[in-house]
Design a protein around this ligand. Structure first.
Ligand code: SAH
Length: 391
């Protein structure tokens, strides 16, 4: 029941339709009236007063509401605890061969705007809306009760927090966080800086794609946009030689340290812009058995899509030209603005321009600990195709 004192937001029919179609977000434009403060968990009512459910309200973001429940049921901390338990139990059931993974993946775990990554005995959390920002102390208590971690770090340096009018900071919320934690993925160990590393330290969402790529890896490998070497080092044990390229000095230094830590002597990391490096290698007539392309999101917004397409096409075209016949291209995009179909077209265009015949071995996505919620395209962001150049 909606009591008189309960914070309430009334939405229009279009908003109601959107919820009915399975999407948990209501945009500001579909909000009719607000009797609540930013960060409140509110009753959401339709134009005729019907209670639609309960959700998190933001008074700053374009995303005004993130729905937690449908109908009359409560949306208190018990709900958060139950859903967190279920999210964690699901990850434990996956048999992940690593001591790092995503435990809570926001909307896809019905825990909107809340993310928890596990790095060994440490957790990194992100509260990405006013609502989860407000609930954070309670959510941290739940995590402490459930998992007894040595430390919990908030990585609140994410740009999306600005859209919510929230501050940017990196804070230890519980226990201690060392300067470096040791993470194992498969048989490879990585030194990870949870405070400063990209994302929350590692690109956990590519774990299964790295394992899939390993099944085809051999000979000479080129890992483009290599960061700390997750692909390069995972594939090095089955390759003759690995060359890794990243524009960041710091990333290349850490990659070299990680190679050393694992006793891998066949990995060479260089600081370079991939766009220049691919052209240089082509001019030099170099050939590879496998190329990995794992660029940052070129399309961070809808407006940037055209330019992003050109960028994706360029690197895929150059990479295909560097492949020997029979060689494998592992190519990724992590922009959700670039759909799987659109990415397929980009790669096809690149192959025709490269005069390459290409077969599709696998169409993959983000690892299963980063689930995709059907009906919510924003949760399907990472596409990874494994292709073979047949001629
Ligand atoms: N493959 C990595 C993640 C890559 S993240 C993994 O699985 O862990 C993207 C990387 O691309 C970042 O390290 C960034 O420094 C690098 N980068 C961005 N633009 C680049 C460019 N034009 N040339 C080379 N590296 C670039």
């Amino acid at each position: 029941m909606v009591t008189r004192s309960e914070p309430t937001v009334i939405i229009n029919a279009r908003g109601e339709d959107r919820i009915r179609a399975g999407h948990p977000w209501i945009y500001q434009a579909d909000v009719v009236s607000v009797h609540a403060e930013g960060g409140d968990t509110v009753a959401v009512r339709g134009p005729r007063g019907r209670t639609i459910g309960r959700g998190l309200f933001s008074d700053r973001s374009q995303i005004a509401l993130r729905l937690l429940t449908h109908g009359e049921g409560p949306a208190g901390l018990d709900l958060w605890r139950d859903r967190m338990r279920s999210a964690i139990a699901f990850r434990r059931s996956l048999g992940i061969n690593a001591n790092a993974c995503r435990l809570v993946h926001g909307e896809a775990d019905l825990l909107p705007s809340f993310v928890v990554d596990e790095y060994g005995r440490h957790l990194v959390v992100q509260a990405l809306s006013q609502g989860t920002g407000r609930l954070l102390p309670d959510l941290v208590s739940i995590l402490v009760d459930e998992l007894h971690p040595d430390g919990i770090l908030a990585r609140h340096d994410q740009r999306v927090r600005q859209l919510e009018g929230l501050d940017q900071s990196v804070d230890v919320l519980h226990g201690t966080i060392p300067d470096e934690v040791t993470i194992r993925e498969g048989e490879i160990e990585f030194g990870v800086d949870l405070r400063r590393g990209q994302k929350t330290g590692l690109f956990l969402d590519q774990r299964e794609n790295r394992a899939a790529a390993r099944a085809y890896a051999q000979g000479r490998l080129l890992d483009c946009f290599s960061y700390h070497g997750s692909f390069a080092l995972q594939l090095a044990p089955v390759c003759e030689g690995v060359e890794a390229v990243d524009v960041s000095d710091e990333a290349v230094t850490r990659l070299a340290q990680n190679a050393l830590r694992n006793g891998l002597t066949n990995v060479e990391a260089r600081v370079a812009n991939v766009f220049d490096e691919l052209r240089r290698l082509e001019r030099a007539g170099e050939q590879f058995d496998m190329v990995v392309l794992d660029p940052p999101a070129f399309a961070k917004s809808k407006d940037a899509v055209d330019k992003a397409y050109a960028g994706y096409k360029e690197i895929n075209l150059r990479a295909l030209k560097l492949l020997r016949t029979g060689g494998i291209l592992v190519t990724c995009t992590c922009s959700y603005h670039v759909s799987e179909a659109a990415f397929g077209e980009i790669v096809f265009d690149a192959s025709t321009d490269a005069h390459a015949s290409v077969t599709v071995l696998e169409k993959r996505m983000q690892a299963r600990d980063h689930p995709v919620l059907l009906g919510v395209p924003e949760t399907y962001y990472l596409k990874c195709f494994i292709l073979r150049r047949v001629a």
